[in-house]
Design a binder for this molecule. Structure first.
Ligand code: PAF
Length: 287
């Protein structure tokens, strides 16, 4: 497995692969890998192996997708552990650039080109975390230009992110197929996330409230469609009953357009963000 730190070296390798017609699968991550990431890597590996292709994993905690009061500084990082995990999965290249390589001049105010999706990114995570998706689309566009993959795998856990990236790829004609792989959950339903490491034992127990809320919504729509306003009110109360939890948002929407719905039926998408203590967790599912 090769570990590449510089943009120029990664771009050169990607170019030489392209010239030789090598099929490339890409898994962008912010590191501190867990089973959720490994499932994305395995999906990429399964797709490239029959074609003798390559899998590239990027590990980069992208500063531009964090707000000023968010957890950029304390986001968990352990490159050596990540590299061991990637090696064990048979990854061909880990691209782990430094800030200096990815954003030369950012701190000095000499980086001024961003990619902005203006519709799907407005609600939910976009409304709660202003500037977040601008950072995501910018770094993903940069990574696609550097790695030049045939396809990229993203997790369904960040459903809105995946739809925003799909739209960016369609609008800006990136020749990259976007694959969205299912959320991986702990046995008690908590969606795997690097941020789960922030949780103390009581918070970890409380964090299942996100999945329990999804299950409650599922049960509510099993028999018949229900009003989104009523179901939201019920789930708000349900989450309020968990003392360590503070709701940020719950939305019911169409899976692809992300347009909110008035009536929730089977097949409607739910997404929610909840603070458990200081830790902000998100989850979503198709009901
Ligand atoms: O989903 C993530 O881990 C990040 O948002 C991504 C796509 C790697 C961009 O930094």
């Amino acid at each position: 497995m090769r570990v590449i730190r510089s943009v120029a070296a990664m771009q050169q390798l990607a170019l030489s692969w392209r010239r030789r017609g090598i099929y490339v699968g890409f898994v962008p991550t912010m590191g501190y890998l867990h089973e959720g990431h490994l499932s994305l890597i395995r999906r990429a590996t399964r797709l490239v192996r029959p074609r003798k292709g390559k899998v590239v994993v990027s590990i980069y905690v992208n500063p531009t997708q964090f707000g000023p009061n968010e957890d950029f500084a304390r986001y968990p990082r352990d490159l050596n552990r990540d590299l061991r995990m990637c090696r064990a999965e048979g990854v061909d290249v880990v691209f782990a650039p430094t800030d200096r390589h990815m954003y030369p001049g950012l701190k000095e105010g000499r980086f001024s080109t961003f990619v902005v999706e203006e519709q799907l990114s407005q609600r939910m995570e976009g409304a709660s975390r202003p500037g977040h998706f601008r950072g995501v689309t910018t770094v993903v566009a940069k990574l696609f230009n550097i790695v030049q993959p045939d396809f990229a795998v993203f997790g369904a856990k960040d459903w809105q992110q995946a739809q925003v990236i799909r739209r960016m790829v369609a609008d800006l004609n990136f020749p990259v197929r976007i694959i969205v792989a299912p959320t991986v959950r702990e046995p008690d339903g908590l969606a795997m996330s690097s941020r789960n490491t922030y949780l103390g034992p009581a918070e970890r127990a409380a964090a299942t409230v996100l999945f329990r809320a999804i299950q409650r919504a599922r049960a509510a729509v099993r028999a018949r469609p229900v009003s989104a306003v009523k179901l939201k009110r019920d789930l708000e109360q349900f989450i309020r009953a968990e003392p360590l939890a503070k709701l940020d948002y719950i939305e019911f929407f169409d899976s692809t357009t992300l347009q909110p719905v008035e009536t929730v039926t089977r097949g409607t998408h739910i997404a929610l963000a909840v603070f458990i203590g200081r830790t902000r967790l998100i989850d979503n599912a198709r009901l």
